[in-house]
Design a protein around this ligand. Sequence first.
Ligand code: FAD
Length: 312
Amino acid sequence: MSYALIIGEVRKGVFEERNLDSIGICALLQKETRLLIPDNTYAMDERLIDTIVKAKIAEDMFLNPINLANMVEHLIELHGNPDCIILTNSSSGTEFASYLSGMLGLPIITDVSDLDKERRVFLKSYYSDKLFGEFALVEQRPFILTVRGGSFKEHCVEKVNSPKIEYIDNFAVNDSRVFLEYVEEEKSEVDITKADFILSIGRGVGNKDEVSGYGELAEFLKAVLSGSRPVIDKMWLPKARQVGTSGKTVKPKVYLAMGISGAFQHIAGMKDSDCIIAVNKDANAPIFQYAHYGIIADMHKVRDQLKEILKG
Ligand SMILES: Cc1cc2nc3c(=O)[nH]c(=O)nc-3n(C[C@H](O)[C@H](O)[C@H](O)COP(=O)(O)OP(=O)(O)OC[C@H]3O[C@@H](n4cnc5c(N)ncnc54)[C@H](O)[C@@H]3O)c2cc1C
């Protein structure tokens, strides 16, 4: 029986929401799904899966790509080759995927964000969504995909039957690489995920000296100040204020983005905001595709004018 093998992403026992994109693309591909997770995983919607394979291995050992490859090889011995192996496009997902591709000699397409079902063509983006590439598989053999967060989860469908549960433990375990610990992010005085109004600044702010002016504007607006990753990487704002895939996901009533281009890693963290307003001097900036209102202008001039108006 042909099937898609999904490698589940689990953190501290919790089934990560981003797995829904892996499940969603399997539904689009109309594949029977077999999900591999460590035993004792919780917070999973089992109704979306055909077969759940629970590996008798601790999560820290599951996070070793050599062990993962051993488990996949063991599953192939038991059930034959999958049609495809699907992972999330997270840092661990891409690491596992590239390792599996090398170990099993399988073709790989990373960061898949869309699928043309008719043509069986996978899409991925380049240069912050400014360019898209199409990939088709020329040979009838298993392939590996990593899927972009937020791209396919709406395609998940509930199965009619409860999932079959299988356990595996008869695979080689390698402890040459030891997972030490998860390092929690610093606690911050501000929780941007709870804010109703967010003013977010990007690299367009130019330099650190300009940032305080946006702090003042945020105060006038009764907004919380956040930033895109370059602003955080340059340490102009603390990490807890970063919006995006490697920062926080926010859903305020108003998201005012100034000097932010609209890379998908940023968009993924704010696209569900009720109202998005973008200020950018480049009329072709991708963020305008997501904005409800757009202002093509120098952000500093907009900042200063807004402050003048709000001062009364
Ligand atoms: C694994 C990974 C994870 C990532 N995670 C995140 C994440 O969580 N969050 C995130 O934001 N990014 C993330 N990134 C980075 C992301 O790819 C982009 O590089 C980043 O979002 C770009 O930030 P930006 O829009 O501020 O800068 P840029 O892309 O450089 O855009 C700056 C924009 O400012 C405009 N501008 C310049 N001057 C002015 C002015 N005076 N007035 C008005 N507009 C002006 C420009 O036209 C441009 O559009 C991640 C990348 C990777 C590889």
